[in-house]
Write a protein that binds this ligand. Sequence first.
Ligand code: FMN
Ligand code: ADP
Length: 246
Amino acid sequence: MAAPTPNRPAVVGDPSGPEAPYPLQMSGLVISGFGRGSKELGIPTANLPVDDTKTPWISSTPSGVYFGWASLRLPPSHPDYDQQQQQQQEEEEEEEGLNGSVTGKKGPRLRGRNGFTVYPMVMSIGYNPFYKNTVRSAEVHVLHGFSADFYGVEMRLLITGFIRDEKDYGGLDALIADINFDCDVAKRSLAREAWAPSGLDVEVDLPGNGAGDGAGEGVGGAKVLRGTLDCDWLIRPSELVEGKGE
Ligand SMILES: Cc1cc2nc3c(=O)[nH]c(=O)nc-3n(C[C@H](O)[C@H](O)[C@H](O)COP(=O)(O)O)c2cc1C
Ligand SMILES: Nc1ncnc2c1ncn2[C@@H]1O[C@H](COP(=O)(O)OP(=O)(O)O)[C@@H](O)[C@H]1O
């Protein structure tokens, strides 16, 4: 098992929150990638079309590894469709009107809205020098375990920051070790108050502090977070017409 590139920071970005030009937005329907079977490596990546008419910043942004939040609008036919969330939202809207606050609610709290559920994510934008791609790709590894694929599903991204440049590697193991480290950096970086969404709960499976000393906030495990970052765009009602393009 290869080790990640030495001396990489365990957390990126200022504690005060994302700095310009972040957060950046991107959205689309999940398309197939290059079919290299990254799923078998434990790192499936959901691809979005790279279209600079829709995402003007995409051609000029440096190639590399980014992190932030993803929202997915899984259809009711998907095994991970969040029935409870849909029912809870309907009940709240009945009780409180459309603009009602959700913060005072007891019981399980909202992980999303309007059919979207929000998850932490890490992504690669670029040419994957290890594979020598000739076209730019945008590939998202959602930091959550799904029980089925979600090709064709609407995905929105709020990209909060940059982790590192993309690299070529001597072997696949070294690439995987760095991607796994990227996942840990993203989780730790997003689990700070100014980086986590306000108004809804998100679950992040924290890896510990990276130093392996088990001290203080270094203790890992699944944590439900609520922060101060405006992530409303991720859960706005869909503008896509049902049945079109999906
Ligand atoms: C967080 C992350 C970091 C990545 N870093 C690199 C990298 O440094 N160099 C590289 O060649 N590919 C990198 N990749 C891309 C992987 O090589 C890519 O996911 C793999 O080519 C599978 O592609 P496919 O799913 O389209 O088949 C990264 C992917 C992710 C999700
Ligand atoms: N945690 C996850 N993050 C991203 N995609 C996932 C995840 N779990 C399942 N998937 C599914 O796996 C697909 C990507 O699989 P992958 O093996 O990378 O194939 P390809 O690159 O050919 O599309 C995504 O489009 C999505 O439907």
